[in-house]
Write a protein that binds this ligand. Structure first.
Ligand code: ARG
Length: 594
């Protein structure tokens, strides 16, 4: 379906042309003065110079062309030459009727389906998930769903950190604790046990212990580095141990991401491309891109137009070891070969902005990625503590584990849900309350995050995020639940929401809701083009406000005019369908009641 603003603009362009002016002047936008009109056109002012004529006169001539318009109910002229517009109720009604029957509410399929890889999550194996991993997971999941809804072929890859020093640290600590394990016996040639010599709980304790020790003890650190080196060079016992760490850790990560409703198509990691590195390095050297500098192998990536210094991209350290960079470049090479993506989107903390600039430049310059493939980094800001305004920490100042943060939110949500039930005077059993708290808690966290532009820092405010009022996830869910309850009651009275037909708006509150809904396809397009979930948040907040306003003005279930009532029900059905589609794109869902 065409966007409603395009249809409206087209009508206006025809009017400009019919009055003898350049049709392009007829571009219509949403009104800056919703108290006066719904849409506006400033074309008469733009045309004044070109036609040496007073803008007011031009506007009046154009308005005269619109007397019989099937789109505009009102086109009034205001000094110095604004065209203030209101559309006909029948025009919006017809648009919404079409939306209801169209696939995806009229969002058009793309001209060409793109292959898109979204690299997000970025969890590190053997380390517990902490709050720093929350934003990339939430934003990435939403961006992925938006791309897919836009009609593209999308793959999400977690790109785990599974090959670094943390592995050597865990191995070293295990060796201290259980030196008798066969993995440490260099003469052992038999099969290694199938069972891991640790549980996830132990693993979670081992890494922080080892990491703390390595900071105070240089020998310990050296040992961990040596262990990392041996692992990376194929030591059999270490490799077997690494497999155990991977299995135990990934199982736990899956559980954690599942509870966030975050799902990856690919569970690849840094380790998966290690075999590709020697070939890639050879290629970079042969192409004359990589050269030695202080013993290390680097590729220059600075450009003349740079205003800040962009250091060379390091490919190999002086001891020949590969780095985070090397793995990312090899992963790009691998993805190009396997998937030929049209686009790769990375979601990480914005402190990696410069890093990705280097990687992207290096990948392009060396031909790993051709011009036809787009590379995009979405650098997210930090989630800050309410009291200190600094990145989130535990009360003791440590890294906040994700599970604990989610636990805190759910607890607060449960309290509010109980409170609300008591206020409304209905019974809610403990099981239902807890399940609902989980669903609403996730919405609180995700909406609180996604309603900000990704690059901005924001304050994590449990109280505000979990509130049932204001620009929050629970407010959106509350609206959905309210609409569902009306539709449910209507059905109980024998009506059928699916068969109800949208009618002309009877008052301004109804029309406002209809106009908000009509923006759906435009909003989705923008959200996709800009990879910007916050666009969807702003849209559903507007819809929720418009709906609640309408709801307060209208006695729906007691209306005696059955056709009018059915018209409202049809509008409610469209509203709830649009809202539920949108929250799904944001990565959360609504409970049956709350
Ligand atoms: N593991 C990294 C971290 O914790 C994030 C990985 C992001 N993705 C990537 N392709 N580099 O910071």
């Amino acid at each position: 379906m065409r966007k409603i603003l395009d249809l409206i603009s087209e009508e206006m362009k025809n009017a400009f042309a019919a009055a003898g002016y350049d049709g392009e002047l007829g571009r219509v936008t949403l009104s800056n003065r919703p108290d006066l009109c719904e849409y506006q056109c400033n074309g008469a002012m733009a045309g004044a110079k070109k036609y040496h004529k007073a803008p007011l006169a031009i506007a009046e001539e154009v308005a005269a062309q619109l007397k019989e318009s099937s789109v505009f109910a009102e086109a009034s002229v205001a000094p110095p030459g604004f065209l203030n517009l209101k559309v006909k109720a029948s025009f919006v009604r017809d648009y919404l009727r079409q939306m209801r029957t169209a696939d995806k509410f009229g969002l058009e399929a793309p001209e060409r389906v793109k292959k898109i890889i979204v690299d997000y999550g970025g969890a590190n194996v053997a380390k517990p998930l902490h709050v720093g991993h929350l934003r990339p997971a939430i934003i990435g999941e939403s961006v992925k769903r938006i791309c897919s809804y836009a009609g593209h072929d999308v793959i999400g890859d977690i790109h785990m950190g599974d090959w670094g020093l943390q592995m050597g640290l865990v191995i070293t600590e295990l060796k201290k604790r259980q030196p008798e394990l066969v993995y440490f016996d260099e003469n052992y040639t038999g099969e290694y046990p199938a069972e891991a010599p640790f549980t996830i709980a132990e693993l979670e304790e081992i890494y922080p212990t080892a990491s703390a020790k390595s900071k105070d003890d240089a020998d310990y650190k050296a040992e961990a580095m040596e262990a990392t080196h041996r692992l990376q060079n194929g030591d059999r016992g270490f490799r077997a141990l690494w497999n155990h760490i991977m299995r135990v850790s990934v199982e736990d990560l899956k559980k954690n991401y599942d509870s966030l409703d975050v799902h990856f198509e690919l569970w690849k990691g840094e380790s998966d491309v290690q075999d590709l590195i020697p070939g890639m390095v050879e290629q970079l050297k042969k192409g004359g891109y990589a050269y030695e500098s202080d013993g290390a192998l680097v590729v220059d990536v600075k450009e003349e137009t740079d205003t800040k210094e962009v250091p060379p991209c390091m490919i190999l350290k002086s001891d020949g070891a590969s780095l985070y960079n090397t793995t990312d470049l090899a992963t790009i090479m691998d993805r190009m070969e396997k998937y030929h993506p049209d686009k790769m989107i990375y979601v990480t903390d914005k402190r990696q902005d410069l890093y990705f600039e280097q990687i992207f430049r290096c990948a392009r310059k060396t031909g790993l990625v051709g011009e036809e493939t787009e590379l995009l980094h979405i650098g997210n800001g930090t989630m800050n503590d309410k009291d200190r305004g600094k990145p989130f920490k535990t009360r003791e100042g440590g890294v906040m584990r994700l599970e604990h943060l989610i636990g805190e939110i759910n607890e607060e949500m449960l309290r509010k849900i109980r409170e609300n039930a008591a206020e409304k005077g209905y019974e809610i059993d403990a099981g239902e309350a807890a399940a609902t708290a989980k669903i609403v808690g996730l919405a609180a966290v995700k909406y609180g995050d996604l309603s900000n532009q990704a690059a901005k820092d924001y304050v994590f405010d449990i109280d505000r995020f979990t509130s049932f009022e204001g620009d929050t996830g629970p407010y959106i869910l509350y609206t959905i639940v309210r609409i569902k309850s009306i539709l449910h009651k209507y059905a109980e009275q024998g009506g059928s929401p699916a068969d109800a037909v949208i009618q002309n708006a009877g008052d301004d509150s109804e029309k406002s809701l209809m106009l908000e809904l009509s923006r759906f396809n435009a909003v989705m397009e923008a959200a996709y083009e800009e990879a910007a979930p916050h666009r969807i948040c702003a849209f559903i907040y507007d819809i929720a406000n418009a709906f609640n306003h309408f709801y307060h003005e209208t006695k729906i279930l007691t209306e005696e005019d059955r056709e009018r009532q059915a018209g409202w029900i049809a509008l409610l059905k469209l509203t709830v369908d649009v809202l539920e589609t949108c929250i799904d794109l944001l990565g959360f869902s609504a409970p049956e009641r709350m």
